[in-house]
Write a protein of this length. Structure first.
Length: 367
């Protein structure tokens, strides 16, 4: 990171009695970044946000905001605000009053309050809605009021804890787009929490994958999806085929001669493997290439198998097939005009290979 981080967690652990909620978390968040904590329920996401906002103190470790240690500063002295899932708007107050509330509590001059509320409502595209009551707004508009209220004090960081989990899919997608757009406009660092990988990928500059109180992998959505560092990450962020392999010999340029499900293949990996080592070869459904036996004379290497089932998904068709050794695979075929006349039917004999270099090779433990 070239500029100093706006937020930093250094060796942060958190115990609740005998529960180790967080274990040695080290994380740097860049200024202006949209960072998402992604992981299954109970992995410690909310606990991290509560430690950042000051509602919870770490058992060990330190937190820095803009270079200053804030580990034991109270929430009101941190330039960090939180948007909650429920929005927590005051139902009996207008949009304007909801947004002005914090500045009035601070007894800011009236002229300043009017000017800042007008400015922030304009920024969240609610300039015309100041007189409305929360119940007269759509879910998305209420969310924007909650954000306006949270950013009017110019926080350095905005924390959002699963803010869309109560919304239906369509509104959720729309809000993802709006929040992302808003974050780009206002340039404030967002730390977002979700257990939904699609949501994390759609919104974030970087994603932090967590499990059981630890950080498993940090990277851009593309890195996390295409280069998962463990089977846990690969499975958590999408469908994955796992093939068994044996390393036969290392070759120059990060390639290995190997047997995968008994068929000789060349594997590409930046990792080091020993001759004779057992490995897992991970392939996304869209990495696989499938040919009807009569369709193309394929160059080896490939597997032979039989189509079990096809599942129509709109843009793609999932093809479930069984290799001759019994292994089941899932492939996604995009509709392709050139291939429009090719349909796969249960029982069809096929050969299967993958786009060279798209495999992820992990050790026998899937790490
Ligand atoms: N106040 C608390 N007291 C006891 N245990 C807690 C408390 N808050 C969280 N935990 C536990 O810490 C772990 C992490 O919780 P949390 O951060 O809420 O996970 P997430 O937000 O990822 O679902 C869970 O095992 C949870 O039960
Ligand atoms: Mg939570």
């Amino acid at each position: 990171m070239t500029t100093p981080p706006i937020l930093e967690l250094r060796g942060v652990s958190k115990n609740f009695g005998n529960t180790l909620a967080l274990h040695n978390i080290n994380l740097e968040i860049a200024n202006g970044e949209f960072l998402t904590l992604l992981g299954p329920s109970g992995c410690g996401k909310t606990t991290i946000l509560r430690i950042l906002s000051g509602f919870e103190a770490p058992t060990r470790g330190a937190v820095f905001l803009n270079g200053q240690e804030i580990t034991s500063s109270p929430p009101e002295l941190r330039q960090v605000n939180t948007v909650f899932q429920s929005y927590a708007l005051f139902p009996h107050m207008s949009v304007w009053d909801n947004v002005a509330f914090g500045l009035r509590m601070q007894k800011r001059p009236k002229v300043e309050i009017n000017q800042r509320v007008a400015e922030i409502l304009r920024r969240v595209h609610l300039a015309e809605y100041g007189d409305r009551m929360p119940r007269q707004l759509s879910g998305g508009q209420q969310q924007r009021v909650a954000i306006a209220r949270a950013i009017i004090n110019n926080p350095l960081v905005l924390l959002l804890d699963e803010p869309f989990s109560a919304l239906d899919l369509k509104l959720r997608k729309q809000m993802q787009f709006e929040i992302k757009h808003l974050q780009r406009q206002i340039g404030i660092t967002f730390v977002f929490v979700t257990h939904d990988q699609e949501e994390a990928f759609a919104m974030s500059d970087r994603v932090v994958v967590m499990n059981e109180g630890t950080v498993i992998q940090v990277g851009s959505p593309q890195e996390i999806y295409e280069e998962p560092e463990s089977l846990f990450v690969a499975r958590f962020v999408g469908e994955i085929n796992v093939l068994e392999g044996d390393i036969r010999a290392a070759r120059p340029g990060g390639t290995y001669q190997a047997e995968v499900e008994g068929v000789p293949f060349i594997l590409h990996s930046r990792r080091e493997f020993a001759e004779g080592e057992t490995v897992k070869v991970l392939l996304r459904p869209e990495d696989l290439k499938v040919y009807l036996e009569q369709e193309k004379a394929q160059q080896p290497p490939f597997f032979l198998g039989t189509i079990n089932e096809t599942v129509y998904k709109g843009a793609t068709v999932d093809i479930l097939r069984t290799l001759d050794n019994g292994k089941k695979l899932q492939a996604a075929e995009f509709f392709n005009e050139d291939d429009a006349d090719i349909t796969y039917r249960p029982g069809d004999r096929v050969s299967v290979t993958w786009v060279e270099g798209w495999e992820v090779v992990l050790n026998a433990e899937g790490e």
